[in-house]
Design a protein around this ligand. Structure first.
Ligand SMILES: Nc1ncnc2c1ncn2[C@@H]1O[C@H](COP(=O)(O)OP(=O)(O)OP(=O)(O)O)[C@@H](O)[C@H]1O
Ligand SMILES: [Mg+2]
Length: 232
């Protein structure tokens, strides 16, 4: 796969991160570390695929963990559809489990696009304060558990097969900039490559003067106005 060198791009602009479109960009970090805020700051709403939003779309409640399977099915479906037309996918979920990350990696491989993971390494106390200050809190216990787990897995993520693993500390979150480079993957079945769908059945050849119409395999019956009917 054609991938960019390890980032940041260069030392002088240490916080500029180059991303390829299409690619799968995975945000990873404990609850309330600032993933959704970070995503909203740097990417278009349509580029962000959020597990919370997917949960809300399928169940009417973004907090209802009973429907996570359905939510992630939707997340994966959206990723596939976007990758199939060479769009950027920024996945906003905790991505703390190996299975969750593997699913995303597999999708990137399937569509032959780079997979990048951004590890948001924010201090526990900062996460807890941010959680307490927001409308939808998950509570200190959840934050602590996810934070400890994140610290344990952080270093091993480098061996999982992501093309880039980028660690961002809290102080980096405000400084980082993204440069998005369009490098489309040729897709034989992409809509742009398909011929236009015909709206009308072609007219049969004109009959010889005085003779019967020439036989036509696909000839459609004419409407009273003499025009062939629209095809389905
Ligand atoms: N860099 C930041 N500086 C100050 N406050 C922040 C920053 N990033 C996020 N916040 C605030 O912290 C709270 C949690 O942020 P956010 O909802 O983005 O976290 P999250 O990682 O998406 O959480 P979850 O995993 O629960 O969805 C929000 O109230 C947000 O406004
Ligand atoms: Mg969030």
């Amino acid at each position: 796969m054609d991938t960019e060198p390890a980032l940041p791009c260069d030392e002088s602009s240490a916080k500029t991160i180059r991303l390829i479109r299409p690619s799968v960009v995975v945000l990873c970090g404990p609850a309330a570390c600032g993933k959704s805020t970070f995503a909203a700051r740097h990417f278009r709403p349509t580029q962000i695929i959020s597990s919370d939003q997917a949960r809300a779309l399928v169940s009417d409640d973004e907090r209802d963990q009973r429907f996570s399977a359905q939510a992630f099915a939707l997340v994966h479906c959206l990723i596939e559809q976007r990758l199939s037309i060479n769009r950027l996918c920024v996945v906003d979920s905790t991505a703390l489990t190996p299975a969750a990350r593997k699913d995303l990696l597999d999708l990137a491989r399937k569509y032959q696009v780079p997979a990048v993971i951004l590890l948001l390494d924010v201090p526990l106390e900062t996460c807890a304060i941010r959680d307490a200050g927001r409308e939808r809190t998950v509570g200190r216990q959840v934050i602590e558990r996810q934070y400890q787990f994140f610290q344990q897995i952080k270093s091993s993520i480098k061996q999982e097969g992501f093309d880039q693993v980028i660690e961002l500390r809290d102080e980096d979150l405000d400084k980082v900039r993204f440069e998005i480079v369009f490098r489309p993957v040729p897709r034989p079945a992409a809509a742009a490559d398909r011929p236009e769908r015909r709206r009308f059945t072609p007219r049969p050849p004109r009959p010889e003067a005085g003779g019967k119409p020439a036989p036509s395999e696909n000839r459609a019956p004419s409407l009273p106005n003499g025009r062939p009917p629209e095809s389905a």
